[in-house]
Design a protein around this ligand. Structure first.
Ligand code: CO
Ligand code: CO
Length: 222
C-alpha cells in the first residue's frame, strides 16, 4: 500500500508524521490473487470534507469527474487516445493540470505491462481498444504545475511548487459491450460526496457493461 499526502503526486512512503486536518491523501492498494494483479486508489480527507478548503474540494471533484468521464469512453473500437484527450480537456478548462510523467498501465499476470495509458492529450492514434484488454486509468491532477520533483529516495514524487495533487484509480476490463471496473468496493462502503455530487455520473461507478450497470443500480439504491 502506497499513500500520498497533499503535495505528493505518487509513490509516497508512509512515515511517522501525524496527519493534519484538511490534508488530502490518496491510498493506493494493489492485490495479487490467483496469479493476477489488481490496482486501485481513492482519495481521503483528514478530518472530513468540512476540514478541506473550497479549492481542495474542487480539486478532488474535478479529478473524480475527469476520471469517470474517461472511463465512460472505454469500449471496443475506441482509440486509446480518447482517455488522455478527455482528461486534459476537462481539467485544464477548470484551471487544473494533468501529470505527464506517470501513466496508467496494462495489468494482468504482470503488474505493469502494455499498453501505457496517458492522461494527457495525444493527437496521433494509440491503437484501438479490444474486448479482453485490462488496464488502469489513474490520472494525477494538480492544483498548480504538474511537474514532478523527485525526492532523494528516488521514489517519492511531489509537485515542484508544493501544490496539491489528487488521484483515483481502477483496474478496468474492456467487455464486448463497454467496460467493467474489476476493483469495485464492498457493499458496505459509504458513498462519497464526490460520487454523490458528480456532474458526470451520480453515485457509484462500476462500468457500462450490462452486468456492471445492474450491480451499480443495486448499490446506488441502498
Ligand atoms: Co497503477
Ligand atoms: Co496504483
Amino acid at each position: 500500500m502506497i499513500h500520498k499526502l497533499t503535495e505528493v503526486i505518487c509513490h509516497g512512503i508512509p512515515d511517522m508524521r501525524k496527519l493534519k486536518a484538511g490534508e488530502i491523501i490518496n491510498i493506493d492498494i494493489t492485490v495479487y490473487l490467483d496469479g493476477y494483479h489488481g490496482d486501485c486508489s481513492e482519495m481521503f480527507v483528514v478530518g472530513g470534507r468540512d476540514a478541506l478548503d473550497k479549492k481542495g474540494q474542487e480539486l478532488i471533484q474535478t479529478t473524480y469527474d475527469c476520471w469517470v468521464q474517461s472511463m465512460l469512453l472505454v469500449r471496443p473500437g475506441n482509440d486509446f487516445n480518447v482517455i488522455g484527450n478527455s482528461i486534459q480537456e476537462y481539467v485544464t478548462s477548470r484551471g487544473f493540470s494533468t501529470v505527464r510523467s506517470f501513466c496508467g498501465h496494462g495489468i494482468g499476470d504482470v503488474f505493469h505491462c502494455s499498453p501505457n495509458i496517458f492522461h494527457y492529450t495525444i493527437t496521433q492514434s494509440l491503437g484501438k481498444m479490444k474486448a479482453g484488454n485490462v488496464f488502469t486509468i489513474e490520472p494525477m491532477i494538480c492544483e498548480k504545475l504538474p511537474d514532478p520533483y523527485m525526492w532523494e529516495d528516488n521514489w517519492t514524487a511531489t509537485t515542484v511548487d508544493g501544490g496539491r495533487s489528487a488521484q483515483f484509480e481502477h483496474t478496468l476490463l474492456v467487455t464486448p459491450d463497454g467496460v467493467e471496473a474489476l476493483t469495485g468496493k464492498l457493499d458496505s462502503s459509504p458513498i462519497q460526496w464526490w460520487e454523490e455530487e458528480s456532474t458526470i455520473k451520480q453515485g457509484i461507478f462500476l462500468g457500462t457493461s450490462e452486468s456492471a450497470k445492474a450491480r451499480e443500480d443495486e448499490l446506488n439504491q441502498k
